[in-house]
Structure formats: C-alpha cells, structure tokens
Design a protein around this ligand. Structure first.
Ligand SMILES: O=C(O)c1cc(C(=O)O)c2c(n1)C(=O)C(=O)c1cc(C(=O)O)[nH]c1-2
Length: 279
C-alpha cells in the first residue's frame, strides 16, 4: 500500500477503542440500573397489560402459566451454577437460600410447588406442566440463554443479571391485584406464589445490588453490570413476545406447542371484568 493510501485508510476497529468513561459513584450507578428497569422491564409489555387488566382469555392465561413454568423450573439450575463458582462464603450463604425459596425445604413447599397449584387452578395438568412439553420454542431459547449467561459470564455479571428482581415486587403487586379482581381462578391459595415473592425478593435484591455496587471496581465493570441487566430484560421481554405472537396476535402457535382446548377464546372472568381482548 502506498503512503497516501496508508494515510487515508480508516483506523482498524479495535475492541479496546471503546472508552467506558468515568467511574460512577454508587448513587449514579444505582440510578442508571434503575433507569434500565424503567425503560425495559417486562411490566411494559402489552401481554402483561392484557393479563393484569383482565383482558386475557382463559386460554391465554393457561399459555402464560405454562410457559412461565419453564422460567421457574430453570431458575434453581442457574442459581446452582452460580453457587458452584462462588468462592465467597457470604455469597454462597446468601445464594443458596434462593434455591430453597424455589425448591422448598421442611416447612416451606417452595415456589415451584406453588406454581403447580396455580397451574392446576387454571386447569392445566401438573404432569403435563412438569414435562415442559408444549413450551414455546422461543421461551426455551430465551430461558436457556439466561442459564448459559450465568454459567459462562463472570460472577459479577451473573449476579447482575438477577437484578431485574429490583423491579419485580411492583409487577407482583400489580399482578396480585389484577388477577384477584378479574379472574375466577384467583384466590389467596392459587396466587400464593406471588404473595410469597413479595417477602422473598427484597432480601435477594438488597444483597445483589450491594454486591454489584461493591464489586464493580472499574467503569468497564460497571458497564458489564448494566449490559447484564439489559440482557436479562431482553430474556424476559422475548418470552412475552413469543407468548403474544402465539396466543394473542397473529395467533401462530408453533408446531408442538400447547394448543388450548377449544382454542376459541373462552373467557372465565369475574362478572363485570373487562371483556375478552382477544383480537
Ligand atoms: O413475575 C415476574 O415478573 C418475575 C420476574 C423476575 C425477574 O425479574 O427476573 C423474577 C420473578 N418474577 C420471580 O418470581 C423469581 O423468583 C425470580 C428469580 C429471578 C432471577 O433472575 O434470579 N428473577 C425472578
């Protein structure tokens, strides 16, 4: 290459050329994390708006409960993989409780069992749910991507990816109120999964938030934490996109996925609830 061509050649892209900027103080860092939730959390998804306002048909509620089971069933696996890499005793002590919250222990049947109670209340067969047959392919891909992320990324990014739970209590409150108001199957027993999470999630996020604020020691690591949180909001959003596409509009159920009985949009709402919003 001659001298002129050499001089005018665009610079080689370099993976190191990105300047992450100044280190953020704890308050700014936390507010950036919270902003990610305000802009990207799945409470903003149209499927959740439909569900919480009583706009879902019985079939759509079943599809949501079934698909969300896949997420529930994989959370202890991703937590176990994080635990297996944690050399820090405090982190292990804290994190193992998450597995117990979902899997249960003496005196606590656990979140997975509570999810089965919800599934049966909406008319799904427990064995069918447990088999994970009928789960949408995109739900599986999204959830498996989360499990793999936690297994393969740094411990800091793995912890950060759980921080969507910062925003979960608000959505659980909306859901509890919305389900109780609009759907016949909802009562204290059948939605106990969500009321329990209101007690469990705050301690998880308190620990997780303090951990990332303490352990992200450079701006680059702070950017990794924010990227992990954005990734996780994508994992949640993609599951609802798949659900909406298959069971709301345009209603293309992929081969092998759950087909509700008499997929006609039959509605079991409380009297006076919002009419079925199926298109
Ligand atoms: O209902 C929800 O919207 C919702 C969201 C999330 C979340 O933000 O990932 C979790 C939960 N629920 C939940 O119940 C739960 O146990 C949970 C664990 C985790 C996690 O990433 O470790 N997220 C969530």
């Amino acid at each position: 290459m001659n001298a002129i061509a050499e001089a005018t050649r665009p610079p080689k892209p370099s993976s190191r050329s990105f300047d992450p900027g100044e280190f953020l103080d704890a308050e700014t860092f936390e507010s950036r994390l919270r902003r990610i939730g305000a802009e990207r959390y799945h409470n903003l998804h149209p499927f959740h708006k439909l569900l919480h306002s009583g706009g879902c048909s019985h079939a759509q509620v079943q599809a949501w409960v079934l698909n969300r089971f896949y997420y529930q069933s994989r959370i202890p696996l991703k937590d176990a993989s994080l635990l297996s890499r944690a050399e820090d005793l405090d982190l292990r002590r804290e994190w193992r409780q998450r597995i117990e919250d979902h899997d249960g222990h003496a005196g606590n049947e656990g979140g997975i069992e509570r999810w089965f109670v919800l599934a049966e209340a909406v008319g799904l067969d427990r064995d069918y749910v447990a088999s994970t047959e009928g789960i949408l392919p995109a739900t599986k891909f999204a959830v498996e991507a989360y499990v793999r992320f936690v297994r393969e990324k740094s411990l800091l990014e793995a912890v950060a990816s759980s921080l969507t739970e910062l925003f979960a209590p608000k959505i659980h409150e909306e859901r509890i109120a919305g389900l109780l108001e609009h759907y016949d199957f909802a009562n204290d027993r059948t939605i106990a999964y969500f009321t329990n999470r209101l007690n469990e999630a705050p301690k998880d996020v308190k620990f997780g938030l303090a951990y990332v604020i303490r352990e992200a020691r450079t701006r680059e690591q702070q950017e990794q934490v924010m990227a992990a949180l954005r990734f996780k909001t994508d994992v949640l959003w993609a599951q609802l996109d798949a659900l909406y596409h298959a069971y709301v509009a345009p209603g293309h159920i992929p081969p092998g996925a759950f087909v509700p009985d008499g997929h006609s949009g039959e509605v079991h709402h409380r009297v006076g609830a919002v009419a079925d919003a199926k298109p």
